[in-house]
Ligand binder design. Structure first.
Ligand code: URQ
Ligand code: ZN
Ligand code: ZN
Length: 481
């Protein structure tokens, strides 16, 4: 069993910073404090004043996802290895059953794919259709497989889109189980019609993508999902919140005491819709993801959402399609596989554009890249904090180190990088996954199969009471009406 003492650093947790050494014994943090004794046979790492952070948690990835007629190029080994190179030590990916496919069968398939992961992983399970078997399988997954979050795509008509009947059935079931409903909030019917109208006008290039998914389309769906959750008393989590319209709906919900959370992608905080006007087709198509990148004013609002706590987590929606795959939509933007990369770049991008600009404190950075995701998805304090007894998922963070992001040097399995040429200050010097050094000063020593599945228990009865209280509040509202 290895023992490592990380000496002379500053531990940064979501609640505070402290000058402290960190002792790791095997896979667990054994001690945190100043001037720790050096056990015999212990490896000593001199932090040299650098920061010791909890390993990043990316609550939104899609490794090797079969989607839009192709398969995402990143697999669970290469993607988790790249995550470790960027300071992320846990991902939450998605089981996405085809409509009509037994949920449990899809879950077992994804579990098989993920066994090669180099860092720890968990799964949200998407509900893409409904019958009694879905109801029953949700119960089994929640009670026996550590699934406490069920995903709902309100976009992607004629594929994985949920209508209101599926949303209501599934949200109710999630509430019964003490689970979270997570949502991709775009009105898929409107997207479908707008895509058709724009294409019929002769706009076939990537510039048609954002035109077919304006902020109103996300705002409507976000508000609908939040209201359905409010009426039913189901805790809800909006993934990749990208615009003011969705942010306003989330703000209202939270101010009314609803159990509602929001996620923002690192890329939505730094890119705007000008990327789609690039005359180079491949360049513009590389940014096709949903929801699309927005006009700049939405970016500023998203930063304020993160600073003020309306948005709690950051993610990447890491879903890689190489240039050749993107070219499937060469003559029709509707056929460009939706998705962008970023699992290796999220932490540095957020440090550079968040902490170094003064938008986020170092503790807020830790909260947004690790702790909040651990708490919301019930992995805390096993994950998301540098504390005795927690998994030794640690990052030695060099706040002054820099790197220029490039497909030529990244570890992600994709032949371009949306951040190409961006120089960021703030980089992971070393990354440990459950005590195993996997990234050190530019050398990646990730180990295929090292990662473990993370059980995420459903929420305790107190949380369910909360939901009941919310639901019971509804009749009062009706009386007032
Ligand atoms: O919608 C998602 O989250 C998946 C299918 C990735 N693609 C994307 O454009 N966001
Ligand atoms: Zn999505
Ligand atoms: Zn996604």
């Amino acid at each position: 069993m290895t023992t490592t003492l990380i000496r002379g650093g500053t531990v940064v947790n979501a609640d505070r910073e402290l000058r402290a050494d960190v002792l790791v014994v095997g896979e667990t943090i054994a001690a945190v404090g100043p001037d720790l004794e050096v056990p015999s046979g212990c490896d000593v790492v001199d932090a040299g004043g650098a920061l010791i952070l909890p390993g990043g948690i990316d609550p939104h990835t899609h490794m090797q996802l079969p989607f839009m007629g192709t398969v995402a190029s990143e697999d669970f080994y290469t993607g988790t290895a790249a995550a470790l190179a960027g300071g992320t030590t846990t991902i939450i990916d998605f089981v996405i059953p085809s409509p009509g496919q037994r949920i449990l069968e899809a879950y077992e398939t994804w579990r098989g794919w993920a066994e090669k992961s180099a860092c720890d992983y968990s799964f949200h399970v998407a509900i893409t259709w409904w019958d009694q078997s879905v109801h029953d399988d949700m119960g089994m997954l929640a009670r026996e497989r550590g699934v406490n979050s069920f995903k709902h795509f309100m976009a992607y008509k004629n594929a994985i889109m949920c209508d209101d009947e599926v949303l209501v059935n599934s949200f109710l079931r999630a509430k019964e189980l003490g689970a979270l409903a997570t949502v991709h909030a775009e009105n898929g019917e409107l997207v479908y019609r707008l895509q058709q109208a724009i294409f019929d006008q002769g706009i076939a290039g990537p510039e048609g993508h954002p035109l077919s998914r304006p902020p109103e389309v996300e705002g409507e769906a976000a508000n609908r999902a939040l209201r359905i959750a409010e009426v039913l008393g189901t805790p809800v989590y909006l993934v990749h919140t990208s615009c003011i319209d969705a942010l306003e709906a989330l703000t209202r919900a939270r101010l009314e005491g609803q159990i509602a959370f929001g996620e923002v992608l690192a890329q939505h905080l730094v890119f705007d819709d000008s990327v789609y006007r690039n005359p180079d087709w491949d360049q513009a198509a590389g940014y096709v993801m949903s929801p699309p990148f927005r006009p700049k004013e939405h970016q500023a609002a998203l930063w304020r959402g993160l600073q003020s706590g309306i948005l709690q987590t950051t993610a990447t929606d890491h879903c890689c399609f190489c240039v050749e795959q993107k070219r499937m939509g060469r003559n029709d933007f509707r056929k460009i596989p939706n998705g962008t990369s970023g699992v290796e770049d999220r932490m540095s991008v957020l440090w550079h554009h968040g902490v170094r600009t003064g938008r986020l404190s170092r503790s807020q950075f830790v909260a947004a890249t690790s702790t909040h995701a651990a708490q919301i998805f019930n992995m805390y304090p096993r994950k998301g904090v540098v504390a005795v007894g927690s998994d030794a998922d640690l990052v030695l963070w060099d706040p002054n180190g820099s790197r220029t992001i490039s497909a030529g040097t990244h570890h992600q399995r994709i032949d371009f990088n949306i951040y190409e040429g961006m120089t960021v200050i703030g980089v992971p010097a070393m990354t440990w996954s459950r005590g195993r050094l996997s990234w050190c000063e530019g050398e990646l020593t990730a180990h295929e199969g090292h990662g473990r599945y993370v059980d995420r228990p459903c929420f305790p009865p107190y949380w369910q009471q909360q939901m009941v209280r919310n639901a019971s509040a509804t009749p009062t509202r009706v009386e007032r009406g």
